[in-house]
Design a protein around this ligand. Structure first.
Ligand SMILES: Nc1nc2c(ncn2[C@@H]2O[C@H](COP(=O)(O)OP(=O)(O)OP(=O)(O)O)[C@@H](O)[C@H]2O)c(=O)[nH]1
Length: 424
């Protein structure tokens, strides 16, 4: 993601406020300056009028008495006032007097006063023209405007500095803490609580609302994750059970519960290798129920299934637990694998199985009759360089031999003589 230019919220706010402050300073200073200007000008005019009217009676007397010296003194006093630049008196006798700086006719503001007769007969003894010193007025206005401006600017600076520090403390710092917390939050540490360090005297505000909202969200996500974890754990358990069952089903025969042929193919090479590696014997019994087809034909397929289950149980009862293993090879054919077992011991075991079947495998048929079952057994011991197929093949041949020599028997017989016969 393209990095974006970061601008602290406090500085953005301060910048916006600053624009308004400048505008306010300008407006407020202008207003204040205008008010000051009105007041100063009013004062100025009143001062001029006062000064003029104070001097007029004395000037009238001096003109009346024709005392030019007094007239000039009075005029000198008048121009001492900083607001008056020039005084000109025209007596009705034709005499003219002037004092102060010489001002061009056009650019100056002039006030004309008539000088009344001291006799009080309503006539005038002359006129007095005052040229006003506006530079003084302007200077006063500029001074007062500058004072107002400085006051307002200082006030604005003070307010802005206070605002910046408040915004930093109350807004920027907590927001940065919040952002850092969110940035560093990790999925496996979702329950870590968000704690902001707030300034003393802090009151509950929008930032606290955000913090509270964030905590609620954290809790709800955590709860959701916990629920999902529980769901996943439950599903994993069920899946494992299903897989175990599936594996069990894939390894075993559904009717008898014995291992199936697939399992034989899978396990047999390992069994053979172990026997070779540790130089141990390994024997295999191939057994088959006698005349099983006629059981099906005479008593039905269900009875046949019953016989198969009972036969497997009979064989199982003669096996060494966790050592020998029984496989339903197909139909009514079973294979028993006997690790660490010699041919003689395997023949003995097969004989025990045969006896067990002959003596105990009796199936009660629906019509009350009891069905006697027998089985034939072919035994072989692993020879050097045997493959699983070769060993099975040899046991099958002995089974065939047993079938064709009367059934219900174990071949080779216990004295091994038959083994020699078949081998030859
Ligand atoms: N009930 C039942 N019968 C099966 C099953 N699998 C195979 N069979 C039957 O087993 C019978 C096997 O018969 P055969 O191979 O002729 O063997 P047999 O009748 O036992 O004769 P011998 O082996 O020579 O003694 C056939 O009729 C198959 O239909 C099964 O799962 N259940």
């Amino acid at each position: 993601m393209k990095p974006r230019l970061f601008q602290p919220i406090a500085s953005q706010l301060v910048r916006s406020v600053f624009k308004w402050v400048i505008l306010c300073i300008f407006g407020f200073s202008s207003l204040q300056a205008w008010l000051n200007y009105s007041a100063i000008e009013r004062n100025f005019n009143m001062t001029i009028q006062d000064v003029a009217h104070t001097h007029l009676p004395l000037l009238a007397l001096a003109i009346w008495d024709i005392e030019p010296e007094t007239i000039r003194k009075q005029m000198a006093l008048l121009v001492q006032n900083p607001h008056i630049a020039h005084v000109q008196i025209r007596a009705s006798t034709g005499q003219q007097f002037a004092a102060g700086t010489v001002i061009p006719e056009t650019s100056s503001e002039r006030l004309l006063f008539s000088i009344p007769s001291p006799a009080g007969d309503g006539r005038q003894v002359g006129t007095m023209e005052l040229v006003i010193n506006r530079a003084e007025l302007r200077g006063e206005l500029i001074r007062s405007f500058l004072i107002v401006l400085i006051e307002v600017v200082l006030l604005a600076i003070f307010i802005l500095v206070a605002l910046i520090s408040i915004l930093r403390r109350e807004l920027e710092k907590p927001m940065r803490q919040l952002a850092d917390f969110v940035k560093n939050l990790q999925a496996n540490r979702l329950s870590t609580r968000l704690e902001l360090t707030m300034p003393p005297g802090h009151r509950y505000n929008e930032i606290d609302l955000v913090v509270d909202g964030f905590r609620i969200m954290q809790d709800s996500i955590q709860k959701h994750i916990d629920n999902q974890d529980a769901v996943v754990a439950d599903r994993t358990r069920r899946l494992e059970r299903a897989m175990a069952k599936l594996r069990q089903l894939s390894m075993t025969d559904g009717l008898t519960g014995c291992y199936n042929r697939m399992m034989l193919n899978e396990r047999m090479p390992g069994e053979m290798q172990r026997a070779v590696r540790y130089e141990r014997a390994l024997a295999l019994i191939f057994c088959d129920i006698d005349f099983f087809k006629s059981v099906n034909d005479l008593y039905g397929h269900t009875a046949g299934d019953q016989v198969l289950v009972a036969f497997a149980e009979c064989l199982q009862s003669e096996l060494r637990a966790d050592v020998d293993w029984l496989v339903r090879y197909g139909g009514e054919e079973f294979i028993v694998v006997l690790p660490e077992t010699s041919l003689t011991a395997a023949i003995e075991a097969a004989e025990r199985m045969r006896l067990q079947v002959e003596q105990h495998l009796k199936i009660q048929i629906a019509d009350g009759r009891v069905l006697n079952i027998t089985a034939s057994f072919g035994v072989a011991e692993k020879a050097q360089n045997d493959t699983p197929e070769m060993l099975i093949q040899r046991a099958d041949e002995w089974l065939y031999f047993a079938k064709h020599h009367g059934r219900n028997q174990v071949q080779p017989a216990a004295d091994h003589s038959a083994a020699t016969i078949i081998a030859s």
